[in-house]
Design a protein around this ligand. Structure first.
Ligand SMILES: Cc1cc2nc3c(=O)[nH]c(=O)nc-3n(C[C@H](O)[C@H](O)[C@H](O)COP(=O)(O)O)c2cc1C
Length: 218
């Protein structure tokens, strides 16, 4: 059995999304240590910025007319989708950047959707698989806060993962990861600590649920 894990943080050391996703993964590994975890670090090894356009362009020409770049982009898309199709469960760790979705995650999603197994109008090849999305934000976008409605990433990620790809999705959200980094947020230290405890517990719970779903399917 295989867990596919994607990380979109542009950093490795000190990454909150990685730390929280580690808790999900640890529950999976604890349930059956011999299982595989396949990793895709799109934040540090991104999909080339030109790949998506090349893959889309390939769909407008016959196979024999495709350029080397177009063939390479289609092969990359197929490789990305192969990794999803063979996985029994999926884990995504994606931060909020500039009030929107990580460009590396978006590029990866766009490329995946060019593959015929994940294209619009077909049932996605990964429909029904259990998945956890871990997302982190430096500030807070909670109801009643000055920036309520400014998080344009989480809603989009839910749309893609749960609605378009039809994954059986649970989401772990953590806010205020910049508390302790940005002095303007010092007043939120206790609140941030509480939010972090809750999301760590959520991560463990969802990790256990992911492993349980996997055992049912085995
Ligand atoms: C370039 C950049 C842009 C960011 N933009 C936002 C933002 O718009 N809103 C926000 O709440 N946090 C923002 N952050 C903070 C990150 O969401 C936060 O540091 C998060 O913990 C990063 O994920 P990581 O800890 O896994 O690396 C930004 C961070 C960086 C580096």
């Amino acid at each position: 059995m295989t867990l596919f894990r994607l990380d979109a943080s542009i950093r490795v050391d000190g990454s909150h999304s990685r730390e929280i996703a580690d808790l999900v993964e640890a529950e999976w590994v604890a349930a059956r240590p011999e299982d595989h975890v396949v990793r895709r670090h799109v934040g540090t090894e991104p999909v080339p910025a030109t790949a998506w356009a090349a893959a889309v362009g390939a769909s407008f020409v016959s196979e024999g007319e495709r350029s080397a770049d177009q063939r390479s982009a289609l092969a990359s898309a197929a490789t990305e989708v192969d990794a999803l199709v063979v996985a029994d469960a999926l884990l995504f760790a994606v931060p909020l950047y500039n009030f929107g979705v990580s460009q590396h995650f978006k590029s990866w999603v766009d490329l995946v959707i060019t593959d015929p197994r994940m294209a619009a109008g077909v049932t996605p090849a990964i429909a029904g698989k259990p998945a956890v999305l871990v997302t982190v934000r430096g500030g807070s976008y909670a109801a009643g806060t000055p920036r309520e409605g400014w998080d344009h990433a989480t809603g989009w990620m839910r749309r893609i993962l749960a609605d378009v790809w039809q994954l059986d999705l649970t989401v772990v959200e953590t806010e205020f990861t910049l508390v302790g980094v940005n002095p303007a947020l010092d007043q939120f230290t206790d609140l941030a600590a509480g939010l972090r405890r809750t999301s760590e517990q959520d991560a463990r719970d969802h990790g256990r649920a992911l492993a349980a779903r996997r055992e049912l399917a085995a």
